[in-house]
Design a protein around this ligand. Structure first.
Ligand code: SF4
Length: 701
């Protein structure tokens, strides 16, 4: 019997992994097996998928699923679990105030889930202690955008990368971390061989396969390089003086750029000159940046050093031109849009703006509204450790593995009075510490929307029934809110109703002068929501070709962009005699986060099947390490044991380790246990790529 695999018989949804946000078609073949294909009509991928996307159907088994609520390890009814969560949160708030509770959520949440969590915490509990694992991913980009543009707005579109004559990829291993976007670039290069690529990365990653120029920058050297570029832009007369009428701060930024030492980049004069030649000599340039820029104690400054160069040349918001931040998670952007960060309000409104607070509170008919930023992720877990936060609800994330100083996070949760975890499995290191464990629907069972890195909002659609007693996260949050006394305000019965309310609130934001306005969908019906096609904001008359800022209109009080004077700063930890090596961390091509899904696929596990340390052969020789030996890695914070992978792709003195493995999958390979919990003072994003470690051959006792 022929398989019915035509698109019309399949369900359109989106991939749940990275911020590219690829569209997928999900169906069943003749044997009834679930099949996932790329959606040829989705504007992010046009049918392409990467290795993780093509293996999605292999990851939906129920073998490790959490199927019923649990209280202190025993199965419980939903009513009992929800009553307990509402009662304990209410008690803590009554006894210690709203800032004694917190939600720690995830870029894996759908926008509707995120919206309800944010509404409950900021509008009804009255605290802004809701933060997200996206803090570990792109908070520095958010801070950089807000400082320069007045709002967190990504100026460009994916097609700009294809239309550019020069694409600069800095701190971005696009080939492994955003593979379909990389595939689009390879295709663009094939069609237009004159297109050029620069890759700026301490490591020679797979992305360098496309590079005309690879700049192996020193750890933390990005601001020095972009300062050098800004100075050279002015020296060569490449400043767009007309565009500068829309920009403040040029003179101060230029003075700081001229005062900074290009040698801090770790690059030679010739390498810097070659970069400047390409960047200044090519009008249509897009600078793509990601975690290598963001995950730094000076990440916000690095972002602004990049934005400075685009603002000085007016190369922003035009076809083939602009800075472009790519997000790690599937819905990091949706989280930003609903105010899922502790320092933001819903719909890109500002928690520190009284008019915005009043507008949101009025719309929600909320009894209160948080009037100051809450605790960002690292500080949130510190507050748990100090006993200031006495009840925390962790939703779809695994901070015991993924937070810096992960052993301290585990200790904090072990000592916390009340820990609630919502997840699809009980096997995460964090779920094991929960007093109450709440079963959630997984990717193929969920309903909602996500926003990708170029502001395209797409539906995720359910193709499988919820197993056991698993529920959607927004419903669980609303059920708790109702039990806390706010049943009228959290009374939705359909996911589409949550989306419609959120879209209506975006109209309030639009009235406040914020670009984010999708209120065209405020009256969306359930059937329209069911058929909602991907769309990119801005919508309506202000569509601006889908791009921002070419017109010089910004969201600062005087309507002008801000260039910032940037003084480059080295990573906070410096190599020493005790800890002589610099540890960089990141992802592998075929695993995702802490492997709760991807490790279910045998073919994904074949790529790099165990935790490893990439080390230069010269360093390995000096330490007496050979291929596949075990090496003990220690930092002031923790310890791991990893397999040696000899590679001249890393610089001598620097090592690289992936961050995926957990206590469940490899007992001594939680890399974030080695990472110091230092953060960018503006964004609160941890410095995950510049720890210091000691290495020695591992001898089993
Ligand atoms: Fe999924 Fe990202 Fe791969 Fe696209 S590029 S298929 S969104 S993991």
């Amino acid at each position: 019997r022929p398989a019915r695999m035509d698109a019309a018989s399949m369900t359109r949804s989106t991939c749940p992994y990275c911020g590219v946000g690829c569209g997928v078609l999900i169906g069943r073949d003749a044997s009834g097996t679930v099949v996932v294909k790329g959606d040829p009509e989705h504007p992010a991928n046009f049918g392409r998928l990467c290795s993780k996307g093509t293996a999605l159907a292999e990851t939906i088994s129920l073998d490790d699923r959490l199927l019923a609520p649990r209280i202190d390890g025993r199965e419980a009814e939903w009513d009992e679990a929800l009553d307990l969560v509402a009662e304990r949160f209410s008690e803590v708030i009554a006894d210690h105030g709203p800032d004694a509770v917190a939600f720690y959520v995830s870029g894996q949440l759908l926008t509707e889930d995120y919206y309800v969590a944010n509404k409950l915490m900021k509008g009804f509990i009255g605290s802004a202690n809701i933060d997200t694992n996206s803090r570990l991913c792109m908070a520095s980009s958010v801070a950089g955008h807000r400082r320069a543009f007045g709002t967190d707005t990504v100026p460009g579109l994916y097609e700009d990368l294809e239309e550019a004559d020069l694409v600069v990829l800095t701190g971005s291993n696009l080939a492994w971390c955003h593979p379909v976007l990389y595939q689009r670039l390879v295709a663009a290069k094939t069609a237009r061989p004159e297109m050029k690529f620069v890759v700026i990365d301490p490591r020679r990653t797979a992305t360098c396969d496309i590079a005309d120029l690879h700049l192996p920058i020193a750890s933390g050297g990005d601001a020095a390089l972009f300062n050098a570029l800004l100075a050279e832009i002015e020296t060569r007369g490449a400043v767009d003086r007309a565009y500068l009428n829309h920009v403040n701060g040029f003179d101060e930024a230029l003075a700081a750029a001229r005062a900074s030492d290009p040698a801090l980049s770790g690059l030679s004069d010739e390498q810097i000159a070659a970069f400047c030649d390409l960047w200044i000599g090519t009008e249509k340039v897009v600078t793509v940046y990601s975690q290598g820029i963001n995950q730094s104690s000076s990440g916000s400054d690095k972002v602004n050093a990049i934005l400075n160069c685009h603002l000085a040349t007016g190369r922003i918001g035009k076809p083939g031109m602009g800075p472009f931040s790519v997000t790690g998670q599937p819905n990091a952007m949706g989280g930003r849009e609903v105010g899922g960060l502790a320092n933001m309000l819903a719909c890109h409104m500002d928690i520190e703006n009284p008019a915005h607070r009043a507008a949101v509170q009025g719309f929600w008919q909320a009894p209160t509204i948080a009037d100051k930023p809450g605790l960002k992720a690292v500080d949130m877990f510190r507050a748990v450790a100090e006993g200031k936060i006495k009840a925390i609800w962790i939703i779809h994330t695994n901070p015991v593995v993924s937070m810096p100083d992960a052993d301290a996070v585990r200790a904090a949760l072990e000592g916390c009075d009340f820990v609630v975890v919502s997840d699809v499995t009980d096997r995460t290191d964090t779920a094991k510490l929960a007093h109450v464990l709440l079963p959630a629907t997984a990717w193929a069972e969920k309903e909602g929307t996500v926003t990708n890195s170029d502001r395209t909002i797409s539906r995720q659609r359910r193709v499988l029934p919820a197993p056991g007693q698993a529920r959607h996260d927004w419903r669980t949050l609303a059920d708790v809110a109702c039990r806390m006394g706010w049943d009228a305000e959290f009374s939705w019965t359909l996911t589409s109703e949550v989306f419609a309310e959120y879209a209506a609130l975006s109209g309030v934001a639009g009235a406040q002068g914020v670009d984010f306005d999708i209120s065209d969908h405020a009256a969306i019906t359930p059937s329209e929501y069911a058929g909602l096609a991907p769309f990119t904001w801005p919508l309506g008359p202000a569509k601006k070709g889908g791009r921002f800022f070419a017109d010089g209109q910004f969201h600062t009080p005087d309507g002008k962009a801000r260039m910032l004077p940037i003084v480059p700063r080295a990573p906070q930890s410096a190599p020493s005699a005790d800890y002589p090596y610099r540890l960089n961390t990141g992802r592998t091509r075929d695993q995702w986060h802490t492997m709760t899904r991807t490790s279910k696929s045998a073919r994904l596990n074949q790529h790099l099947g165990e935790p490893y340390l990439e080390i230069h052969p010269l360093d390995a020789d000096a330490l007496g390490l050979g291929p596949a030996d075990l090496v003990e890695v220690t930092s002031p914070e923790g310890r791991a044991v990893l397999r040696v992978l000899l590679s001249d792709a890393v610089r001598p003195g620097e090592v690289f380790a992936p961050m995926h493995w957990t206590a469940e999958t490899a007992s001594a390979a939680r890399i974030d246990a080695l990472v110091k919990a230092v953060t960018d003072p503006v964004s609160g994003q941890p410095e995950s790529k510049a720890s210091v470690v000691a290495l020695k051959r591992f001898a089993a006792s």
